[in-house]
Design a protein around this ligand. Sequence first.
Ligand SMILES: O=P(O)(O)OC[C@H]1O[C@H](OP(=O)(O)OP(=O)(O)O)[C@H](O)[C@@H]1O
Ligand code: HPA
Ligand SMILES: [Mg+2]
Length: 161
Amino acid sequence: MAPRYYTVSWDQLHRDGKALAWRLVERGPWQGIVAITRGGLIPAAIVARELDCRMIESASIVTYDEEVKGDPVVAKPPAAALESQGEHWLVLDDLVDTGTTLRVVRNLLPKAHYATVYAKPAGKPLVDTFVTEVSQDTWILFPWDTEQQFVPPIAKAAAGK
Ligand SMILES: O=P(O)(O)OC[C@H]1O[C@H](OP(=O)(O)OP(=O)(O)O)[C@H](O)[C@@H]1O
Ligand code: HPA
Ligand SMILES: [Mg+2]
């Protein structure tokens, strides 16, 4: 398990998604957006709203079971973007970590533009545009993977109560 966590709230994700849209608007116009499910779906909705884009395709690459990594499998190819090899399409994901997922999609859509909200160093060469970098040993906690819960006061935690 990764020793550090970077917790992202819904508000922060919305702000960071809009910051990504600002960077992408000047690179358009885009034929459409390919959202990499499932993590890319919410950033894709935020960016699509800001870029006034209504053509949304999806690609499903299954790699992780919670925090355990396996071999990537294309569970659903981005059919609408395949013919043009992704030219003028924007591929969106929530983050790039090792780059395994984007490497698979890049093989399918070599001419697309690749964007993520967050990026770790090993995955950076695979992404064209991102907003925030975190260290490789940080696990990003997204709002859909977490919930708020009670935390005891510091004094009680320190006393082991
Ligand atoms: O750069 P990588 O090492 O490939 O890791 C990044 C990918 O891992 C996560 O998806 P995951 O496979 O967990 O599926 P999910 O989006 O359905 O949660 C994340 O949403 C990225 O798509
Ligand atoms: O840091 C991460 N957070 C959430 N999902 C992930 N999938 C790969 N890396 C991560
Ligand atoms: Mg994902």
